[in-house]
Design a protein around this ligand. Structure first.
Ligand code: FAD
Length: 378
C-alpha cells in the first residue's frame, strides 16, 4: 500500500523470511510450553528490529514509521505476542535515544538495539489502567535523585526486562500535571518482579508486574520531568495505536492465508470447501475488511512520517482493525472446522491477540472518546 524505499523494502523481505522460518514453526510451542522466547527476541534484534527507528548516528536503522508498521504486521502474522515484545523493547531504545541524557543513551540504547538487553514501558498499575492520570506509584525527591515506590501490572516484557521506563506521580493529588517518567535498571536494589506472570496474556509477550520499594533513580535517569510525562506518553501512544492496528491486519492476513490453503484441500460433499459459495464468502468478507483496515493504517502511518497530528486517525485505525481481527480471526478459524483449534494453526493464539489488542495502548472505549471529541480532527 505504501511504497517503501529500497533499503526498507529489503529489510521487510528479510523480516518476512525470518517470520516464516523462525516464528511460525515455533509459536505454538511457546504457548504450549509456556515460555518467553528470549532467543526469538535476539533473532529480531539481529535483523535490526529493536533499533529500527533509532538514528544511524546511534547505531540504529533510521527507518520510517511506515516501515515499522509493515514489520509489525508481518511479526504479528507469525505471533502477536512476539510482535508486541519486539516492538515494546524497540520503543525503549527509540524513546531513550530521543529524550535521555548522553550517559543514559550510552548505557542502554545500543544494548537494547543489539538484543543484549530487553526494555519495557510501565504506565499501568493494579488500580489504574485507562485512567492513567490516577497512577499511584510515587517519585519523591531525595538528595541525589528520586525515590520510587509503587506497583506496576500488565507490563509487556516485564518478565525479562533489563531496563524499564516507569511513569510515576511526583505530586500526589496533582493528576496529569505531576506525572514524570524515569529510567529504571531492573538489576538495582528496590526493583522486584512479580513471581507470577499475568495468566491469560500470550506467553511470548512476557507480561508481568513488578514492585518498586525505595528504588533510587539518579538525576540523569529522570526521562520526562514532572509536567511533561503525561503529554509525552500520549504523543508516543498515537504511533502505538497505528502499529497495533497493523498487527491486527497481520493476524487477519495470516488467518486468511491459512483458511484459503485449507479450502483448496479439504473435501466436503464431493468438492473442495472453496467451491462452496457460503464457505468462500467467509473469506471474502475478511478480505474486504482487511483491505479497509490496511488503508487506514497506511494513511495514519504516512501522516506520522509527515509529522502530522494523527490523534483521531490513529484511534480510528485501531478501532477498525481490532474489531476486524476480533470478528474475522474467529470466523476464519471456524472455516477450518475442528482443525482450526490445533496449535499448528495460529487461530487460537490470534483470538487472544485480538482481545489483547482491544486493551493495549488505549482500550476501544478510550479511543471512541478520543474520536467523539472532534469527529473531523486529523
Ligand atoms: C497483555 C497485556 C499487555 C500490556 N502491556 C502493557 C505495557 O507494556 N505497559 C503498560 O503500561 N500497560 C500495558 N497493558 C495494560 C493496558 O494498557 C490496560 O489493560 C489498558 O490501559 C486498560 O486498562 P485496564 O485493563 O486497567 O482496564 P480498566 O481501565 O479498568 O477498564 C476496564 C474496562 O472499562 C472500560 N472503561 C474504562 N474507563 C471507561 C470510561 N470512562 N468509559 C467507558 N468505558 C471505560 C475499558 O475500556 C475496559 O473495557 C497491557 C495489558 C495487557 C492485557
Amino acid at each position: 500500500m505504501i511504497t517503501l524505499p529500497e533499503a526498507e523494502q529489503r529489510l521487510v523481505e528479510r523480516c518476512e523470511r525470518w517470520v516464516a522460518e523462525s516464528v511460525v514453526p515455533e509459536a505454538g510451542r511457546w504457548e504450549r510450553e509456556r515460555v518467553f522466547p528470549a532467543d526469538a527476541l535476539v533473532g529480531a534484534a539481529e535483523l535490526g528490529l529493536t533499533r529500527l527507528r533509532v538514528s544511524p548516528r546511534l547505531g540504529g536503522m533510521g527507518a520510517s514509521f511506515a516501515c515499522k508498521a509493515r514489520i509489525a504486521e508481518l511479526l504479528a502474522g507469525g505471533d502477536f505476542g512476539l510482535a508486541m515484545s519486539v516492538v515494546n523493547s524497540h520503543n525503549v531504545a527509540e524513546e531513550l535515544a530521543r529524550w535521555a541524557p548522553e550517559a543514559v543513551v550510552q548505557r542502554w540504547v545500543g544494548a537494547v538495539g543489539t538484543g543484549a538487553c530487553i526494555g519495557c514501558t510501565a504506565l499501568t498499575e493494579p488500580d489504574a489502567g485507562s485512567d492513567f492520570a490516577a497512577i499511584r506509584t510515587t517519585a519523591a525527591r531525595t538528595g541525589d535523585g528520586w525515590r520510587l515506590d509503587g506497583r506496576k501490572a500488565w507490563i509487556t516484557n516485564a518478565r525479562a526486562a533489563d531496563v524499564v521506563i516507569v511513569y510515576a506521580q511526583t505530586q500526589p493529588g496533582a493528576g496529569a500535571a505531576g506525572i514524570a517518567a524515569f529510567v529504571v535498571d531492573a538489576s538495582r536494589a528496590g526493583f522486584a518482579r512479580d513471581d507470577e506472570p499475568c495468566s491469560g496474556a500470550p506467553w511470548s509477550m512476557g507480561t508481568s508486574g513488578f514492585r518498586l520499594d525505595g528504588y533510587v533513580a539518579r538525576d540523569e535517569e529522570l526521562l520526562h520531568p514532572p509536567g511533561t510525562g503525561f503529554e509525552r506518553a500520549l504523543q508516543s501512544i498515537n504511533g502505538a495505536r497505528v502499529y497495533v492496528a497493523a498487527m491486527c491486519c497481520g493476524m487477519v492476513a495470516a488467518s486468511l492465508r491459512c483458511a484459503a490453503e485449507h479450502g483448496d484441500r479439504r473435501q466436503a460433499f464431493g468438492r473442495v470447501l472453496r467451491e462452496h459459495q457460503a464457505w468462500r464468502f467467509l473469506l471474502a468478507e475478511a478480505a474486504v475488511d482487511l483491505r479497509a483496515a490496511r488503508l487506514m493504517v497506511a494513511d495514519a502511518a504516512q501522516a506520522i512520517d509527515a509529522g502530522a497530528d494523527v490523534r483521531t486517525r490513529a484511534a480510528a485505525a485501531k478501532v477498525c482493525a481490532t474489531r476486524m481481527a476480533e470478528r474475522h480471526v474467529r470466523a476464519l478459524g471456524h472455516a477450518l472446522g475442528a482443525e482450526g483449534l490445533r496449535d499448528r494453526h495460529p487461530f487460537m493464539r490470534h483470538i487472544v491477540g485480538a482481545q489483547v489488542a482491544t486493551l493495549v495502548d488505549g482500550s476501544t472505549e478510550m479511543l471512541l472518546e478520543r474520536i467523539a471529541r472532534r469527529f473531523e480532527d486529523p
